[in-house]
Ligand binder design. Structure first.
Ligand code: ATP
Ligand code: MG
Length: 351
């Protein structure tokens, strides 16, 4: 068990800066998820924590000890990657025992640790099988087992589920959560999947282009995104953005004054971006609603996703499937007033 600290980490490869001033404290026992688009620097951050990559500047602490110059094997961490290559000629037991053997653990100690991990991961019946006789999910559990037997201070995961099919991914997500609840060990988990981040993380660190955009609890990231990037990245389907400008406390969308009042009186004449999530759009009557043209309707069971056009803006709305709505129709919509976001057009910061 240990806390983790990144202190002003910067990383350059050649001329390119891929991490800029990454500072973050991860609490003892926390499940912290790094999320962001491909190439934003998630794996590099994790590899710096693991000691597989040296930061260009800045320090890394594990359990309050500066480990920046310490070799990976002496950091007391265990890592699970996307490509969790198991040794094909070894049994499940031998695969899990291998790391301990290399570290010269005694036979009884190895036996006990592997059995304990097999118990936690429901692998007891499979200990004598070879990897080729296992399903994808079982193999992934063996990879987890290999990490668990080490009893590390910190677990590091780099997209461990991305090779699994959608159903198995959901299952493994739950297993890893349960594992965390049981072991209460600090876990740092990297994914580009915002749903994985939302469902697994006690805290989400949203990254983009080498910067931490926001580090917060999942619901805070969803409800109070710091900027347009976070607002657009977290949530599915993504938040709608519309170019608007404000005038005397009213918001004008594309020359069409909305009937709703917004508390923006101090920023009259300002160019803004208005953001509203699909789930915060509702069907309204012709008196109070904005006219919208229905371009497309996707039925998804209990709800539909409607692609709408308001003047020149295209937006997506999520309605209960009990609402009768058809392509080619003209409808009236409203935005839940307390769920509307405004962003500075230049900086992207939420106002
Ligand atoms: N050894 C390296 N040499 C040069 N550039 C590198 C090296 N490793 C990573 N990069 C670059 O650093 C940036 C961040 O890479 P990183 O692997 O951390 O991204 P990521 O967020 O994990 O992306 P993904 O979701 O695709 O795994 C990328 O632009 C990548 O091309
Ligand atoms: Mg990566």
């Amino acid at each position: 068990m240990a806390e983790v600290q990144f202190q002003n980490i910067t990383k350059t490869f050649g001329q390119t800066e891929v991490l800029t001033d990454i500072s973050l404290d991860i609490a003892d026992g926390e499940f912290c998820v790094f999320v962001g688009p491909s190439g934003c620097g998630k794996s590099t951050t994790l590899r710096i924590l693991a000691g597989l990559e040296m930061p260009t500047s800045g320090r890394v602490f594990i359990d309050q000890k500066d480990v920046t110059d310490i070799a990976p094997k002496d950091r007391d961490i265990a890592m699970v990657f996307q490509n969790y290559a198991l040794y094909p000629h070894m049994t499940v037991f031998e695969n899990m025992a291998f790391g301990l053997k290399m570290r010269k653990f005694s036979k009884p100690e190895i036996q006990q640790r592997v059995e304990e991990a097999a118990e936690i991961l429901s692998l007891k019946e499979l200990l004598s099988r070879k990897p080729k006789a296992l399903s994808g999910g079982q193999r992934q559990r063996v990879a987890l087992g290999r990490a668990i037997v080490r009893k590390p201070k910190v677990f590091l995961f780099d997209e461990p589920l991305s090779n699994l099919d959608a159903k198995l991914r959901v299952q493994m997500r739950i297993e890893i959560k349960k594992l965390h609840q049981r072991l209460e060990t600090t876990m740092v988990y990297v994914t580009h999947d915002q749903i994985e981040a939302m469902t697994m993380g006690q805290r989400i660190v949203v990254m983009n282009k080498g910067y931490i955009q926001q580090a917060d609890e999942p619901l805070r990231v969803y409800n109070y995104p710091k900027n347009m990037f976070v607002a657009g990245f977290i949530g599915s389907p993504a938040m709608n953005f519309m170019d608007v400008y404000s005038e005397k406390g009213r918001v004008i969308i594309d020359g069409m004054e909305t009937v709703l009042q917004y508390p923006l009186s101090e920023s009259t004449g300002k160019q803004l971006i208005m953001g509203v999530r699909p789930e915060h759009i509702y069907m309204a009557d012709s008196q109070s609603g904005l006219p919208a043209y229905v371009e497309l309707v996707e039925l998804l069971g209990d709800h539909v996703l409607a692609r709408l056009k308001i003047k020149t803006c295209h937006i997506t709305a999520r309605f209960p499937s009990t609402e009768a709505i058809h392509p080619g129709e003209r409808i009236f919509i409203g935005f839940k007033e307390d769920k509307i976001y405004f962003f500075d057009k230049k900086s992207g910061k939420r106002l």
